[in-house]
Design a protein around this ligand. Sequence first.
Ligand SMILES: Nc1ncnc2c1ncn2[C@@H]1O[C@H](COP(=O)(O)OP(=O)(O)OP(=O)(O)O)[C@@H](O)[C@H]1O
Ligand code: SF4
Ligand SMILES: [Mg+2]
Length: 347
Amino acid sequence: MPEPLLDVRDLRVSFRTRTGPVTVVDGVSFAVAPGEVLGVVGESGSGKSVSMLAVLRLLTNPNVTVSGQVHFRGRDLLTLPDREMRAIRGREIAMVFQDPMTALTPVYTVGWQIAEQIRAHEQVSRKEARARAVRLLSDVGIPDAASRADAYPHEFSGGMRQRAVIAMALSCDPALLIADEPTTALDVTVQAQILDLMRELNARGSAVVLITHDMGVVSEITDRVLVMYGGRVAEEGPRRAVFHGPRHPYTWGLLDSVPRVGGARLRRLPTIAGMPVSPGSLPAGCAFAPRCRLRHERCEELPALVAGSADFEHRDACWLPPDDRAALRVTARTEASGTGTAQEVAS
Ligand SMILES: Nc1ncnc2c1ncn2[C@@H]1O[C@H](COP(=O)(O)OP(=O)(O)OP(=O)(O)O)[C@@H](O)[C@H]1O
Ligand code: SF4
Ligand SMILES: [Mg+2]
């Protein structure tokens, strides 16, 4: 992998709650190369959003503690003064969240907000900024952009608001776009259009971190995949490697539940057997152990994220022997159907 654009190391986030501190992101490390698309998947509550909010320093709750390192273009974002961080957000790193209203202010027109975003980072006249805002709105498919620019966010539909937020992201050609389920609330046609816009941004050179529940999207547009489980990275690697040779039992569960080609297109992350992990009660060892058919004694210790012998870019956190994971996956399936024992595999 070339020199990373974003290099997150040992990120930890905990919240102080009435019942004591709860760690929801527990030593997450990952990197994003310039121009790369990283897909982030994991079930609800696995810490995807909190991790990205921590990277962007948007967790302002006084009860939150963040530690680790977030290197971006040679600087550690976690130690930057607020002013410098604000300059990075919006210009070098753009964000698109599930609810576009978090990025739009209800009391200003959409066009004004995009123009101000341009003016915050570039020395251009109001008139020029407004003309660029209109062009951008038109580029993202807002009909009659010159007059729609004067509308307020509540006068836009959800899909149009999301396009406006993407227009804002496009306005500054960010080196990195972090998109957290940007299409979940939208209908299928609009989803496809928003994904096209993100592809376009990527084609213009921006790296993208895309959190999504849609494994179809992951398989279509990402270069690499990060699978999170219980606030930790379960598996990470090039898309092809993860889809064709998944290594972690949680990833097996995810992929085995995806309908085969010709089946219904899967829009939500598949659910797998067993109760989701609760961050307040993470097991000391592997977080997936309570649901894992191949758990064995060693799983009471925390497995490190390490590469298998074949591909140093493909890493997973599991105590199973590194070779023959494909065979172990078959064994896990057999286990699921009620024959064989985990001990046979683990020993
Ligand atoms: N302010 C908070 N105080 C305490 N716990 C929180 C707070 N915000 C988030 N959490 C917890 O952090 C964990 C991770 O949440 P996060 O929103 O990152 O999950 P996610 O992976 O993005 O899930 P989803 O797919 O549902 O968006 C959850 O268990 C959540 O309850
Ligand atoms: S085999 Fe053990 S370490 Fe691997 S996923 Fe299962 S419980 Fe976790
Ligand atoms: Mg989330």
